[in-house]
Design a protein around this ligand. Structure first.
Ligand code: OSB
Ligand code: MG
Length: 373
């Protein structure tokens, strides 16, 4: 495809309510969007880097710099035939996977439109609906935590994930399990524990959690493997899995029995599919994680979740849980059965509300392919 322009924008968007994890609270999101024009079509990508380098070492500002100085000029000069060419185009740049994903996913978006097929089909998806769970942040009180669980179950969500940390774990699981003995329940520590906590983490077994997500260091497989031997509950890795090789290593070392795939964390759709495939070959289920995305990232997550090995409910939930007004139309909605319909129209299947995007934009920079020639 012949690329005409790549526009990078930062939007300022307040969350409906603060989202609290073991690394702190997020109240306002700085959203980084890529708008890629090629062949008369417009593709969009969302960079899921955070405001601070807490979840990963990338931030909104590092991604902006690397996209403008390195990645976008390379991409605009390469005129890729399809999204799968992007990792090769970006190969000289080490890391910065969230920055790469924002561009690569915009290319897949344009490609699906050019071919007149839904993004799900281009990615190899097979599902017409996806199963949805929710990630519930740490609440100020136990009562508030229970009220959140109650609200999300009433909305139809099929799996509840509780953010946890030392001091906010057993008492919460106990209270939730007492009221809801049979729901699919999991937890996510975002690396808040250490190996010395192994006995304490093993005590979570009594709550029959579906999984314990990323209990230990964000860059570790070895100690997770030691911990997994001491648990009945499955470990799920999120932060640790950066690519297909990591997935392979983690599976072979038995560091986890489930993998969370986030296309930003692994560098875009190509690598997300590669992680999906290697897990599928080895009988390891995957699910799609979330990064408090707007509708653009969310629509890409919906399409990704339609691949065959996404057999567990993901963290892909309704727009309204995070935004008073989402930047896509229609907003992502979840049925009373806890499902999202995978769009079957060409491209991402949701329109971008460009007027709203423009109003929320606080910073904008464009590169034109001609200027680079
Ligand atoms: O670890 O899965 C995580 C949000 C920001 C950073 C990391 C994580 C999360 C979530 C939220 O759990 C998932 C969502 O977008 O709903
Ligand atoms: Mg996680």
């Amino acid at each position: 495809m012949k690329i005409d322009s790549i526009t990078l924008r930062e939007l300022s968007m307040p969350l409906v309510k603060p989202f609290v994890t073991s690394f702190g609270a997020t109240t306002d999101r700085r959203i980084l969007l890529v708008e890629l024009k090629a062949e008369g079509y417009t593709g969009w990508g969302e960079c899921v880097a955070g405001e601070h380098p807490y979840f990963s070492d990338e931030t909104v500002d590092t991604a902006w710099l690397v996209i403008m100085q390195e990645l976008a000029p390379e991409l605009a000069a390469a005129d890729p035939e399809h999204g799968g060419k992007c990792p090769g185009i970006f190969r000289q740049v080490r890391g910065h996977r969230m920055a790469k994903a924002a561009l690569e996913n915009a290319v897949w978006d344009v490609e699906a439109q050019m071919k007149g097929i839904p993004l799900t089909e281009l990615l190899g998806g097979v599902r017409e609906t996806i199963a949805c769970g929710v990630s519930i942040g740490i609440q100020p009180t136990l009562e508030a935590q229970l009220a959140e669980v109650e609200k999300e179950l009433a909305a139809g969500y099929q799996r509840i994930k509780l953010k946890c940390k030392p001091g906010w774990d057993v008492k919460v699981f106990e209270a939730v399990r007492k009221r809801w003995p049979d729901i699919l329940l999991s937890c996510d520590a975002n690396s808040a524990y250490r190996l010395k906590d192994a006995d304490h983490i093993a005590s979570f077994d009594q709550f029959e959690l579906l999984m314990i997500e990323q209990p230990l260091w964000a860059d570790d497989f070895y100690f997770h493997s030691m911990l997994q031997k001491r648990l009945e509950t499955a470990i799920c890795l999120d932060e640790s899995i950066r690519n297909r090789r990591d997935a392979l290593a983690a599976i072979d070392m038995e560091s986890c029995r489930i993998i969370n795939i986030k296309n930003g964390r692994v560098g875009g759709f190509s690598e997300a599919i590669a992680v999906h495939n290697v897990a599928q070959e080895r009988g390891i289920p995957v699910w799609c994680g979330g990064m408090l995305e707007t509708g653009i990232g969310r629509s890409h997550n919906v399409a990704l979740s339609s691949l065959p090995n996404f057999t567990l409910p993901g963290d892909v939930s309704a727009s309204k849980r995070y935004w008073t007004e989402d930047i896509i139309e229609p907003a992502v909605e979840v049925s009373a059965e806890g499902e999202i319909l995978v769009p079957q129209t060409p491209g991402r299947g949701y329109e971008v509300r460009t007027d709203l995007v423009e109003r929320l934009t606080v910073r904008k920079e464009e590169i034109r392919a001609l200027a680079l020639a």
